[in-house]
Write a protein that binds this ligand. Structure first.
Ligand code: IFM
Length: 453
């Protein structure tokens, strides 16, 4: 990387980013909202999954989470205080359409009205994700994402949200991390809805991608004002050695986790090598589906946290380097983000591209009112520098969003893993800006100063 460590000081790093770059923080509905059974909200698959014994490490759930629904105004003030350009959040589908079809819940829609209006009133853009995993349980009872009918239900939901909020949104993301929904939720079963079938998982991918493409078409036909796209979780994959079998394994792993999504979205076809690998587990594809999936996107969102090192035999992921690991056991490797972006730019016709999530879980404690998260601060600095380097080499980067605004419910890990730049005390719901949040705010001030704003 050409940026030297001294360039990580805020003004030097900020100077690498153009005035129209979009800086943000991100969350998702289930992870922060709470109010899980209030004001007419329906049950989601995560509400149900959390109640399965052993599903969540600390046996917790999203019933209260960060109590965001009841603390909306002060949380909006918190977001604005950071000086970000945008706030990436998701809508809880069962909060606005409790059964996933038919009747809408006015109280749920009104909550998101207040959220969007509150952002705009504070000079922050609203970046909305339709599906960050909390599918209405009523739809799961009818087959969930494995059922083709859910595609039509999703398009209807997307249109309903745009009708209500679309005039005030800067971006609409269809799905967050379809790989996680499919593979962790339907192949490995460690996430909701807890199914363990590779064939089901691959059908789920297909229906997610199809519903994405059809939603984009429907939203545009309805006069979409917001930019439309999808968010993928992508990690660069490296072979553990230059042995041919490790190189082949890396190609296959990359195929299953990245090309399986990128090829249909950008080329209208599933990669032949992965199709052959899947055999009878490959999805059922109907005539015309692939063209719908490849509907032009206004942006691509990428969530990146680490890299993957592949080997033909032994554990799935190799941890050899001695580099620091986050609390999730994920290796800190910022160069991987530059490598990933360069590779995507080389292989696909990228639209404006955003890092929609990046950050780390570290064991933060409040001491004398302060959280000294030097690890996270360094993580953010080095990954932002990695984005700058990719831009310098020509990748069309348009924005960067920290995961996460605040500590929250980390899915099957419960509340023990803290990703926030704002600390949450779950007993009192007190929010405390960590040193990383102070750094990010100062960095954004430096960026604004550099652009003369
Ligand atoms: O918390 C999650 C988020 O919901 C999706 N992307 C990864 C994050 C950290 O695991």
């Amino acid at each position: 990387m050409s940026l030297n460590p001294n360039a990580l000081a805020s003004p030097d790093l900020a100077a690498h980013f153009p005035p129209d770059f979009t800086w943000g923080v991100a969350t998702s509905a289930f992870q922060i909202e709470g109010a899980a059974f209030e004001d007419g909200k329906g049950e989601s698959i995560w509400d149900r999954f959390c109640r399965q014994p052993g599903a969540i490490a600390d046996a917790s759930n999203g019933d209260v989470a960060c109590d965001h629904v009841h603390r909306l105004e002060s949380d909006l003030d918190l977001i604005a205080s950071l000086g970000v350009c945008t706030y990436r959040f998701s809508v809880s589908w069962p909060r606005v359409q409790p059964l996933g079809s038919g009747a809408w819940n006015e109280k749920g829609l009104a909550f998101y009205d207040r959220l969007v209006d509150g952002l705009l009133a504070r000079g922050v853009r609203a970046n909305l994700t339709l599906n960050h995993w909390d599918l209405p349980q009523a739809l799961q009872d009818r087959g969930g994402w494995a059922a083709r009918d859910t595609v039509a239900r999703f398009v209807d939901y997307a249109q309903g949200i745009q009708r209500r909020l679309g005039d005030r949104l800067s971006a609409i993301t269809t799905h967050n991390e379809p790989w996680v929904i499919a593979v962790l939720g339907h192949e490995q079963g460690g996430f909701a809805p807890g199914i363990k079938s590779r064939a089901t998982a691959m059908q789920v991918v297909h229906h997610l991608l199809l519903s994405h493409g059809l939603a984009l078409q429907a939203l545009r036909a309805d006069g979409a004002k917001a930019d439309l796209g999808i968010v993928l979780n992508l990690s660069p994959t490296y072979p553990a050695s230059d042995k041919p079998e490790d190189v082949a394994q890396a190609h296959l792993d990359d195929g299953r986790s990245s090309r399986w999504f990128l090829d249909p979205l950008f080329r209208g076809e599933y990669p032949a090598d992965v199709l052959a690998h899947l055999g009878a587990d490959a999805p059922v594809v109907q005539a015309g589906d692939m063209a719908h999936i490849a509907t032009r996107m206004d942006f691509l969102g990428i969530n990146n946290y680490s890299r993957h090192i592949a080997q033909a035999s032994g554990p799935f992921d190799v941890k050899t380097s001695g580099l620091p690991l986050t609390e999730m056991g994920w290796e800190v490797y910022p160069q991987g983000l530059t490598d990933l972006l360069l590779r995507l730019h080389r292989d696909y016709p990228l639209p404006p591209t955003y890092i929609t999530e990046n950050g780390g879980a570290f064991p933060d404690v409040v001491t004398d009112g302060q959280v000294h998260d030097a690890d996270r601060t360094r993580y953010l600095q080095t990954h932002i520098a990695a984005v700058a380097e990719a831009m310098r080499q020509g990748v069309p980067m348009a924005g960067y969003m920290v995961w996460s605004l605040m500590d929250n419910f980390e899915w099957s890990s419960g509340y023990a893993k803290r990703f926030g730049i704002v600390h949450v005390d779950y007993t009192t719901q007190a929010r405390t800006l960590k040193v990383s949040a102070h750094w990010y705010r100062g960095f954004l001030q430096a960026w604004r100063a550099a652009k003369g704003a």
